[in-house]
Design a protein around this ligand. Structure first.
Ligand SMILES: [Fe+2]
Ligand SMILES: [Fe+2]
Length: 135
């Protein structure tokens, strides 16, 4: 069973970003599986890094398209991206320094971290991009 399942309500109406969100979900699922299987710290660490790298890549992709088309809520969206990036980098740092165990609470945090942003903030750009011919 997946820790997070992709469901249609997560769609933002832009295929590229839906695909990127699916990839983010799959990395979080991979982290959860590794945790469940009692994988070593270095493995969990690697998956954490993959999550950070892909998050940065994904946020940049959204930001570039928003800038290109002059999305009105860009500043707010950027602020939220930066906040979310800081959060996940901070978790990783704490984990690396031995101040954090990856627990179910951490996994739930990551699930909410991603889902809330997609459902609330990302979904707002769907119609805007669709109106510019991007689906
Ligand atoms: Fe976003
Ligand atoms: Fe997103």
């Amino acid at each position: 069973m997946n820790f997070i399942d992709w469901t249609d309500d997560l769609s933002v109406g832009v295929v590229t970003f839906d695909e990127q969100h699916k990839k983010l979900i799959s990395i979080i699922n991979k982290l959860f599986d590794a945790l469940k299987q009692g994988k070593a710290n270095n493995i969990l660490s690697e998956i954490f890094d993959e999550l950070i790298d892909y998050t940065k890549f994904h946020f940049k992709s959204e930001e570039q398209l928003m800038t290109k088309y002059g999305y009105k809520d860009y500043e707010y969206h950027l602020k939220e991206h930066n906040y979310l990036t800081d959060k996940v980098v901070d978790l990783k740092e704490k984990y690396k320094e031995g101040d954090l165990m990856i627990s179910i609470e951490v996994m739930e945090f990551l699930r909410n971290w991603l889902k809330n942003h997609i459902l609330v903030t990302d979904r707002k750009y769907g119609k805007f991009f669709n109106d510019h011919g991007i689906n």
